[in-house]
Design a protein around this ligand. Structure first.
Ligand code: FES
Ligand code: FES
Length: 153
Protein backbone atom coordinates (compact mmCIF):
# COMPACT_ATOMS: atom_id res chain seq x y z
CA UNK A 1 0.00 0.00 0.00
CA UNK A 2 1.06 3.58 -0.55
CA UNK A 3 1.96 5.46 2.62
CA UNK A 4 2.53 9.19 2.85
CA UNK A 5 4.16 10.31 6.05
CA UNK A 6 6.76 12.67 7.43
CA UNK A 7 10.00 11.33 8.89
CA UNK A 8 12.22 13.77 10.74
CA UNK A 9 10.62 16.67 8.90
CA UNK A 10 10.98 15.12 5.43
CA UNK A 11 7.88 14.14 3.46
CA UNK A 12 8.01 10.50 2.34
CA UNK A 13 5.90 8.48 -0.04
CA UNK A 14 6.52 4.78 0.46
CA UNK A 15 5.14 1.59 -1.03
CA UNK A 16 4.93 -0.82 1.91
CA UNK A 17 3.51 -4.14 2.96
CA UNK A 18 0.76 -3.06 5.40
CA UNK A 19 2.16 -5.32 8.14
CA UNK A 20 5.78 -4.28 7.75
CA UNK A 21 7.07 -3.01 11.09
CA UNK A 22 7.88 0.67 11.44
CA UNK A 23 11.20 -0.42 12.98
CA UNK A 24 12.17 -2.20 9.75
CA UNK A 25 10.96 0.65 7.56
CA UNK A 26 13.19 3.03 9.48
CA UNK A 27 16.28 0.85 9.68
CA UNK A 28 16.17 -1.04 6.38
CA UNK A 29 14.20 1.15 3.97
CA UNK A 30 15.23 4.60 5.18
CA UNK A 31 18.69 3.81 6.62
CA UNK A 32 17.83 5.31 10.02
CA UNK A 33 19.72 2.76 12.08
CA UNK A 34 19.80 4.86 15.25
CA UNK A 35 16.56 3.17 16.31
CA UNK A 36 17.55 -0.18 17.83
CA UNK A 37 15.90 -3.56 18.07
CA UNK A 38 16.04 -5.26 21.45
CA UNK A 39 13.25 -7.71 22.17
CA UNK A 40 11.18 -7.16 19.04
CA UNK A 41 8.07 -7.78 21.16
CA UNK A 42 7.19 -4.43 22.72
CA UNK A 43 8.88 -5.13 26.06
CA UNK A 44 12.17 -3.22 26.13
CA UNK A 45 11.70 0.24 24.57
CA UNK A 46 14.95 0.09 22.56
CA UNK A 47 12.98 0.82 19.38
CA UNK A 48 11.17 3.89 20.77
CA UNK A 49 10.35 6.69 18.36
CA UNK A 50 7.86 9.54 18.41
CA UNK A 51 4.67 9.06 16.42
CA UNK A 52 2.75 12.33 16.24
CA UNK A 53 4.67 13.40 19.36
CA UNK A 54 3.90 10.31 21.46
CA UNK A 55 6.40 7.58 22.32
CA UNK A 56 5.70 4.25 20.61
CA UNK A 57 7.56 0.98 20.28
CA UNK A 58 8.28 0.94 16.55
CA UNK A 59 8.53 -2.87 16.58
CA UNK A 60 4.78 -2.96 17.28
CA UNK A 61 3.60 -0.36 14.76
CA UNK A 62 2.53 -1.76 11.37
CA UNK A 63 3.01 0.31 8.24
CA UNK A 64 -0.77 0.50 7.71
CA UNK A 65 -0.98 2.90 10.68
CA UNK A 66 1.53 5.34 9.23
CA UNK A 67 -0.39 7.17 6.53
CA UNK A 68 -0.41 10.85 7.47
CA UNK A 69 1.81 10.26 10.50
CA UNK A 70 4.66 12.43 11.73
CA UNK A 71 7.55 10.23 12.85
CA UNK A 72 10.59 11.45 14.73
CA UNK A 73 13.60 9.23 15.32
CA UNK A 74 16.78 9.78 17.27
CA UNK A 75 18.30 11.18 14.06
CA UNK A 76 15.72 13.98 14.05
CA UNK A 77 16.09 17.47 15.45
CA UNK A 78 15.47 18.41 19.07
CA UNK A 79 17.36 15.72 20.99
CA UNK A 80 20.60 17.64 21.51
CA UNK A 81 20.20 18.69 25.12
CA UNK A 82 19.12 15.19 26.16
CA UNK A 83 22.00 13.57 24.27
CA UNK A 84 24.50 15.92 25.90
CA UNK A 85 23.09 15.20 29.33
CA UNK A 86 23.38 11.42 28.80
CA UNK A 87 27.02 11.97 27.81
CA UNK A 88 27.76 14.19 30.80
CA UNK A 89 26.09 11.88 33.33
CA UNK A 90 27.47 8.61 31.94
CA UNK A 91 23.95 7.49 31.09
CA UNK A 92 25.03 4.97 28.45
CA UNK A 93 27.34 1.98 28.14
CA UNK A 94 26.68 -0.45 25.26
CA UNK A 95 24.21 2.02 23.78
CA UNK A 96 21.48 -0.37 22.69
CA UNK A 97 18.89 1.17 24.99
CA UNK A 98 20.21 4.72 24.69
CA UNK A 99 18.28 6.05 21.66
CA UNK A 100 15.04 4.80 23.20
CA UNK A 101 15.91 6.34 26.57
CA UNK A 102 16.65 9.66 24.90
CA UNK A 103 13.45 9.61 22.86
CA UNK A 104 11.38 8.79 25.97
CA UNK A 105 13.14 11.50 27.98
CA UNK A 106 12.46 14.12 25.35
CA UNK A 107 8.79 13.15 25.14
CA UNK A 108 8.54 13.42 28.93
CA UNK A 109 10.21 16.85 29.04
CA UNK A 110 7.98 18.10 26.20
CA UNK A 111 4.92 16.84 28.07
CA UNK A 112 6.03 18.49 31.34
CA UNK A 113 6.57 21.78 29.51
CA UNK A 114 3.21 21.57 27.73
CA UNK A 115 1.25 20.79 30.87
CA UNK A 116 3.28 22.88 33.32
CA UNK A 117 4.25 19.76 35.29
CA UNK A 118 7.20 19.58 37.64
CA UNK A 119 10.26 17.75 36.36
CA UNK A 120 11.20 15.43 39.21
CA UNK A 121 12.81 12.10 40.01
CA UNK A 122 9.51 10.23 40.31
CA UNK A 123 8.28 11.63 37.00
CA UNK A 124 11.51 10.64 35.25
CA UNK A 125 11.27 7.10 36.60
CA UNK A 126 7.65 6.82 35.47
CA UNK A 127 8.49 8.19 32.01
CA UNK A 128 11.34 5.71 31.56
CA UNK A 129 9.61 2.71 33.11
CA UNK A 130 9.03 1.12 29.69
CA UNK A 131 12.70 1.34 28.71
CA UNK A 132 15.00 -1.40 29.94
CA UNK A 133 18.78 -1.18 30.34
CA UNK A 134 21.02 -4.15 31.05
CA UNK A 135 24.25 -2.26 31.66
CA UNK A 136 24.27 1.33 32.84
CA UNK A 137 22.07 1.27 35.90
CA UNK A 138 19.04 3.48 36.22
CA UNK A 139 20.63 6.00 38.60
CA UNK A 140 22.78 7.56 35.90
CA UNK A 141 19.97 7.40 33.36
CA UNK A 142 17.52 9.21 35.65
CA UNK A 143 20.20 11.79 36.50
CA UNK A 144 20.72 12.34 32.77
CA UNK A 145 16.99 12.79 32.20
CA UNK A 146 16.75 15.31 35.04
CA UNK A 147 19.94 17.06 33.91
CA UNK A 148 18.48 17.57 30.43
CA UNK A 149 15.67 19.63 31.91
CA UNK A 150 18.21 22.15 33.25
CA UNK A 151 19.68 22.76 29.80
CA UNK A 152 18.16 25.21 27.38
CA UNK A 153 16.23 23.44 24.61
S1 FES B 1 12.52 -3.90 20.30
FE1 FES B 1 10.65 -2.88 20.39
S2 FES B 1 10.12 -2.88 22.49
FE2 FES B 1 11.91 -4.08 22.39
S1 FES C 1 23.50 0.90 27.91
FE1 FES C 1 23.48 -1.21 27.41
S2 FES C 1 21.39 -1.76 27.57
FE2 FES C 1 21.47 0.25 28.34
Amino acid sequence: MKIRCEVNGVARELELDPLRRLLDVLREDLGLSGTKEGCGEGECGACSVLLDGAVVNSCLVPACQLDGARITTIEGAGFERVQQSFLDEGGAQCGICTPGMIVATRAWLDECARRGRAVDDAGARRALAGNLCRCTGYGAIVRAALGASRRSP
